[in-house]
Design a protein around this ligand. Sequence first.
Ligand code: PMT
Length: 415
Amino acid sequence: MRDFMQRLQQKRVLLGITGGIAAYKACELCRRLCDLGADVQVVMTLAGTRFVTPLTLQALSGRPVRTDLLDPAAEAAMGHIELARWAELILVAPASADFLARLAAGTADDLLTTACLASDAPIAVAPAMNQAMWRSPATQRNCATLAGDGVRIWGPGSGSQACGDEGPGRMLEPNDLLDRVQTLLGTPPVLAGRHVVITAGPTREPLDPVRYLSNHSSGKQGFALAEAAAAAGARVTLIAGPVAVPTPAGVTRVDVTTARDMLAAAEAAAQDADVFIGVAAVADFRPANAADQKIKKAAGGSGLALDLVENPDIIATIASREVRPFVVAFAAETENLIANARSKLERKRVDLVVANDVSRSDIGFGSDDNGVTLVAPEGEECLPAMPKTALARLLIERIARHAIEAAPRQHHAQS
Ligand code: PMT
């Protein structure tokens, strides 16, 4: 699906390529960035040039590749500081363990590290290395330092490796990286100055000190929306249940466990929110009394009856406030998708419902893709299956449009 957010027309991307077998995928990435209209300047480390040739990247990008910090001819055309200022994004893919270490240490011993150090542009790195190198405390420490410095760590993925190992350390596929570049550079600032609150992931309702009731939400869809909202200029508060997804850069994350924790965090964050999006799969019920000690099996195998009570409805609580943000609910349905979503729109008094068919195994809970129907009071729009990141960009654009149209009816959306 093409839309205005899929273009990178004249966006200036400095593509850094370091030494690793995944450098061959950087050729495809370079070509795809150029296809989307980006102006790509490739900078390679010496080790990078041992895997793919500068000539290949020059042919793909249409620009001479830069490799040397102290090359008088190249410096005369565009000096390294000028190059650092030129970039609107520095994307290093693949980023080797050695490069991450040098970047984390702030060294400027080649053109790529120097450009990173001298640039105000966002920097993203796509780590690629052997699984043991990725797991090593030094690499993990370096990545934590870089993340703390605001560097976006994209990946790595997991799977079989060129060296024969299996595990984390594969560079993300060009498609995935391209998708992230589009979120970062291709999103118009439709939510600039707005405060967007998003709930994501599952809640856990304790049964005893070692057991809980929960569901399969991974947090991927909510985190993708948080990233897209931040790229659209919003200040984002992400209230997250227990998930293993990294926090998007620039997003304030509040970790919670139970539905009641999530409600408290949501009520606090919604005070000055312009938009509230409930992506979390909140447990509708919790054990009436969580046991203080681990529940033991009864003699004779008589089973265990659970007494459950209903949890508060977070989104309905936010939507019922006298002064309230624009409220968007997700609806996870296994049957009668539209009718059930429309009933939630009315019952919970929200402004929009994103109806999610969770009976399909290729979308919804846990998967990387999702497809939804946007249900508004005046009609519906189908957004077919696509990566959750791409869907998040489309949804943020739609939500911003609806929220701005509704602004006269909302208190905070006017500010
Ligand atoms: O996390 P992923 O693995 O990426 O999966 C994404 C998703 C499938 C979880 C997501 O796309 C989705 O559909 N989220 C809604 C899940 C859900 O709980 O749906 P529901 O129909 O039960 O609830 C409707 C709305 O009410 C939701 O906005 C929910 O956050 C909210 N709710 C529900 C119960 C409750 N006690 N409080 C609430 O606020």
